[in-house]
Ligand binder design. Structure first.
Ligand code: 4GX
Length: 250
């Protein structure tokens, strides 16, 4: 997958994309990330990219010209057509695991990172296909959200995660929260690993983990249970857990 990132701060992306799994995915040519400095497409003497808002008010707005020019150049570079063009902004569609999986099927993504109060509306209306929000809080720019999107999308591209580590087992893949994980040593500072995980009884371990996932989801994020396909066994466990929790909370 090719990912073009339009930003006023390309240097912000250097470290995050040169470490760990994203670095390896780039080395293996599974993803190709290209950052483009919007300022390079400003035609005025001081390379201005923002101006005061028409109608008055505080703050600055990113001007249309550098972005439109940047898009003209990008279209030429990519052979006429662009893939999905995504703007990061608090007014966008909530970013979810489902959204990440959908984007992972694309050949080409363009991510537009705004700064200041935002971007001239004509950019949104004419160049943007998708608007994404990574959550209900206000950041200083779209760069961190773009990194979040690249990270979550990349790990859903086949081959990006190692053989053993599978995206499927992770939290949210089946809509439930993850069960607890343990590794060696079996006792550390008097803190023991649950016996069942050392038992070698695979079916009991599977049931214990499923129960832990259901318990955590019920306690921390009960609203997630609505979107999950629950087996008969799951429902029985949930009823049992609910009774148990009610007993404790009363
Ligand atoms: N999830 N921000 C973008 C500037 C901006 C405003 C409007 C375009 C249009 C954010 C978020 C976020 C702050 C990034 C404002 N650019 N983006 N920036 N939360 O808070 O995605």
């Amino acid at each position: 997958m090719k990912i073009d990132i339009l930003t006023l701060f390309p240097e912000m992306f250097v470290s995050p994309f040169n470490a760990s799994i994203i670095k390896r995915a780039r080395e293996r040519n599974l993803i190709e990330i290209n950052t483009i400095n919007i300022r390079d497409y400003s035609r005025n003497k001081h390379h201005t990219v923002d101006d005061t808002p028409f109608g008055g008010g505080a703050g600055m707005v990113m001007m249309p010209e550098p972005l439109f020019e940047c898009f003209d150049h990008l279209k030429e570079m990519r052979g006429g057509q662009l893939g999905r063009v995504i703007m990061m902004c608090p007014q966008g569609q909530p970013f979810t695991q489902e959204y990440a999986k959908e984007l992972a099927r694309e050949e080409h993504l363009v991510l537009v990172c705004g700064h200041y109060e935002g971007i001239d509306e004509r950019v949104r209306e004419n160049l943007i296909t998708d608007e994404i929000s990574i959550g209900d809080y206000v950041l200083t720019g779209g760069e961190l959200p773009a990194m979040v999107v690249v990270d979550a999308v990349s790990r859903m591209i086949p081959g990006v995660l190692g053989e053993a580590a599978s995206a499927e087992e992770d939290s949210f893949y089946h809509g439930l929260l993850e069960y607890p994980h343990y590794t060696k040593p079996r006792e550390y500072r008097g803190l023991a690993v649950p016996d069942i995980l050392l038992s070698g009884h695979h079916e009991n371990i599977r049931r214990w983990r499923r129960r832990q996932s259901l318990l955590r989801t019920l306690e921390r994020r009960p609203e997630l249970l609505k979107g999950v396909e629950l087996s008969k066994e799951d429902k029985k466990v949930l009823r049992e857990l609910l009774e148990l929790l009610q007993g404790l909370e009363l």
